[in-house]
Write a protein that binds this ligand. Structure first.
Ligand code: SF4
Length: 189
C-alpha cells in the first residue's frame, strides 16, 4: 500500500482530516448507528481497503460497530463474509477495487442509505451543515454550492478539498482514494 498500513486507532483522526465528504459521512453514520446498509458497506469498505486497512483490522473494525447493533454472533454469520469477499478471500476471489467518483455519483441511494456522493445526493441544507462541520468557511461554501447547482459535483469536492487544506488541487478530485492520498501528502509530507 502506498502509505503503509493504517491502524484502527488512527481512523477517527484520519476521517476528520483526510476523508472526502462521502466517506466521512459513511464513517460518522457507522459510528452513530453501528450499522450501514449494503451500499454503504461496499463504498466505505473498499475505500478503507484502498487507504491501507488490512483485512484483519477491517473485520475487527466492522465487528466492533455491528456487534453493538446486531451482536457479535450475527456479525460473524451475516456480515464477515462480505468483508472477506471485498478483500478477495471469498467467492470468485476477485480483488475488488475502491469505487471512483463517477461510480459513486451515479449510484442511487434509497431511504436509509448513506452511500452516494453528498454533493449530488444531499439536500442543500444538509450539504451546508456537513460542509460547516468540515470547516468550510462561508465564502468557500457559496462557491461549492454554486458548483453543485451547476451539477459539477467533483469540482465542488475539489473546492472543498482546497478550502479545508488551504492548498490548491490542480488535478481535481476524481477518486475518493485520490482525495485521501492528496490530503495525506499535504498533512504529512
Ligand atoms: Fe466522494 Fe468523489 Fe463525491 Fe468527493 S466527488 S464526495 S470524493 S464521490
Amino acid at each position: 500500500k502506498e502509505f503503509g498500513e493504517i491502524s484502527i486507532k488512527d481512523l477517527d483522526q484520519l476521517a476528520r482530516s483526510s476523508f472526502p465528504l462521502c466517506m466521512r459521512h459513511l464513517f460518522d453514520k457507522l459510528r452513530e448507528d453501528h450499522h450501514l446498509k449494503h451500499g454503504g458497506r461496499m463504498q466505505l469498505g473498499l475505500f478503507l481497503k484502498g487507504v491501507g486497512l488490512r483485512m484483519e483490522d477491517a473485520l475487527a473494525f466492522w465487528k466492533a460497530e455491528f456487534s453493538q447493533k446486531v451482536g457479535a454472533e450475527r456479525f460473524d454469520k451475516e456480515y464477515a463474509y462480505s468483508i472477506r469477499h471485498n478483500y478477495g478471500k471469498e467467492g470468485k476471489r476477485t480483488d475488488y477495487t475502491p469505487y471512483s467518483c463517477q461510480k459513486i455519483i451515479s449510484s442511487t441511494p434509497g431511504v436509509g442509505d448513506h452511500h452516494g456522493c453528498p454533493y449530488r445526493h444531499f439536500s442543500e441544507e444538509n450539504l451546508r451543515a456537513a460542509l460547516g462541520r468540515m470547516g468550510v468557511g462561508s465564502r468557500a461554501m457559496e462557491d461549492v454550492v454554486d458548483k453543485v447547482r451547476n451539477r459539477h459535483y467533483q469540482l465542488a469536492c475539489t473546492l472543498t478539498f482546497e478550502a479545508v487544506h488551504s492548498s490548491s488541487c490542480d488535478a481535481g478530485i476524481n477518486h475518493p482514494n485520490q482525495y485521501f492520498s492528496d490530503s495525506h501528502k499535504i498533512l504529512q509530507p
